[in-house]
Design a protein around this ligand. Structure first.
Ligand SMILES: *Cc1c(COP(=O)(O)O)cnc(C)c1O
Length: 359
C-alpha cells in the first residue's frame, strides 16, 4: 500500500493524540510504585473515577478489554453463562476471552441498536437444573458501539436491573463510552452506574488518553479485581505517568464530547443526502456514524480505498457498512471535508459507470 497523508481520520476515537496540555500533565506527574499501592497519581485517578461513578473503589487497568475480562473473571465461574447483546464488544472483539479465560460463554440477545429489553433478559435466564448452563451475569454496553453509538436509556437499564436483582444475577457495564452517554443524555454517570455491580470507563476513546481504563465497584470486588490484574500482568509501576493523562482528561475532555456529537450529527446530515448512502441507524445520538454503501454499487473497502486517496480515513465494518467516529482531533471543517470527499468518491464512481446507483 502506498503512503498517504491522512488529513481527516474518522476510523476511531482511539486515533486522537494526547494534547500538549495532557502531555505536560503526564511529564509532571507525581509517581510511585503502583503494584505497592503508592503511586499517588494512579491512586488519585482511581478515587476520582470511583467518586464519579458512585462506587466504593476503582482499579486502573491497561485497557478496556482488560476491564471487561477482569470483571468477568471475578464474577464468573467456569460453566456459567453471560447475557449480552449480539453486537457486544465482549462477543466480537475480545478473542473469546470470556470462554478462553473464565470458562464462561456468552448468550447473545438480538437487541435493537445494541439495546435489549428486560423481557428478553427474563426469557433467556436458564432454569436451575443440572443440564442447563448457570446464568450468572448480564452485560450492557454504554454507549452501544455496534448499535451505532446508541445511549442505553436509564429507564431501560433500570428495567433490566430489576430482573437481574430478582434472579440474583450480576450486572456489568462496559462503559467504554459512558461519558459520551452522560453528555448526550444529561444523566449523571453515577445515576447510570448505580444499578451495576461493576462498571468501567475507557480513557483511550473519546477522553483522548494514550492508554487505559478504570474499573469500579464494591471494595471487595476491586480487591479481587486486583488479584486478576496482577495475575494477568496488568499491575504496573510508575503508572502515574499514564494516570495523569486520565486525570487531565476527566478535568478537560468530558464536556467537549458535545463537540464530537455535534460533528457526528453534521457529518451524518451531509452524507445522508448522497445517493446510495444510508445511515444505520438513521438517528445519531453520540460520536459514531454507521452507514451502508450498498446502494452505491461499491463495497465498503472500495469506498475506503478511494477516500484514503483523498486523505480521509473511514472504517470498514462489514462488506457494505462503514463506521465514522468523531473525536478531539477532528473539527467541524474536518467532517465537512470528509463528507465532501465521500460525495466525490460516489459521484466519480457513478460517472465512470463503476457504480450502479442510477440503474
Ligand atoms: C474499545 C472498546 C472496548 C475495549 O477497549 P480497549 O481499551 O480498546 O481495550 C470495549 N468495549 C467497547 C464497547 C469498546 O468500544
Amino acid at each position: 500500500m502506498t503512503e498517504v497523508s491522512i488529513r481527516v481520520d474518522l476510523v476511531s476515537d482511539t486515533q486522537s493524540r494526547p494534547t500538549p496540555g495532557m502531555r505536560r500533565a503526564m511529564a509532571e506527574a507525581a509517581v510511585g510504585d503502583e503494584q505497592r499501592g503508592n503511586d499517588p497519581s494512579t491512586n488519585r485517578l482511581c478515587e476520582m473515577v470511583a467518586d464519579l461513578l458512585g462506587k466504593e473503589a476503582a482499579v486502573f487497568l491497561p485497557s478496556g478489554t482488560m476491564c471487561n475480562q477482569v470483571a468477568i473473571l471475578v464474577h464468573c465461574q467456569s460453566g456459567e453463562e453471560i447475557i449480552a447483546d449480539e453486537t457486544a464488544h465482549i462477543i466480537t472483539s475480545e478473542g473469546a476471552g470470556a470462554a478462553a479465560l473464565a470458562g464462561a460463554w456468552v448468550r447473545p440477545l438480538a437487541g435493537c441498536n445494541g439495546v435489549f429489553s428486560a423481557e428478553q433478559v427474563r426469557a433467556s435466564i436458564r432454569p436451575r437444573n443440572r443440564n442447563a448452563p448457570r446464568t450468572r451475569l448480564v452485560a450492557i454496553e454504554q454507549t452501544s458501539n455496534r448499535g451505532g453509538g446508541t445511549v442505553w436509556p436509564l429507564s431501560a437499564i433500570k428495567a433490566v436491573a430489576e430482573v437481574t436483582r430478582e434472579h440474583e444475577l450480576v450486572l456489568h457495564m462496559d462503559g467504554a463510552r459512558l461519558m459520551n452517554a452522560v453528555i448526550a443524555s444529561g444523566t449523571p454517570a453515577a445515576e447510570f452506574a448505580a444499578p451495576f455491580d461493576s462498571v468501567w470507563l475507557d480513557l483511550s476513546k473519546g477522553l483522548g488518553c494514550p492508554v487505559g481504563g478504570v474499573l469500579a465497584g464494591h471494595a471487595d470486588f476491586i480487591e479481587e479485581a486486583w488479584r486478576w490484574k496482577h495475575r494477568l500482568g496488568g499491575a504496573m509501576r510508575q503508572s502515574g505517568i499514564l494516570a495523569a493523562a486520565g486525570i487531565y482528561a476527566l478535568q478537560h475532555h468530558v464536556d467537549r464530547l458535545a463537540e464530537d456529537h455535534a460533528n457526528a450529527k453534521l457529518f451524518a446530515e451531509r452524507i445522508a443526502g448522497i445517493a446510495g448512502i444510508e445511515l444505520r441507524p438513521a438517528s445519531i445520538e453520540t460520536n459514531l456514524v454507521f452507514f451502508s454503501v450498498e446502494a452505491t454499487g461499491l463495497s465498503a473497502a472500495e469506498v475506503a480505498t478511494r477516500l484514503l486517496e483523498r486523505g480521509v480515513q473511514i472504517g470498514v465494518e462489514a462488506n457494505q457498512v462503514m463506521r465514522a467516529v468523531t473525536h478531539l482531533d477532528v473539527d467541524r471543517s474536518g467532517v465537512e471535508e470528509a463528507a465532501a470527499a465521500l460525495a466525490t468518491v460516489i459521484a466519480d464512481a457513478r460517472g465512470s459507470g463503476l457504480a450502479r446507483v442510477n440503474r
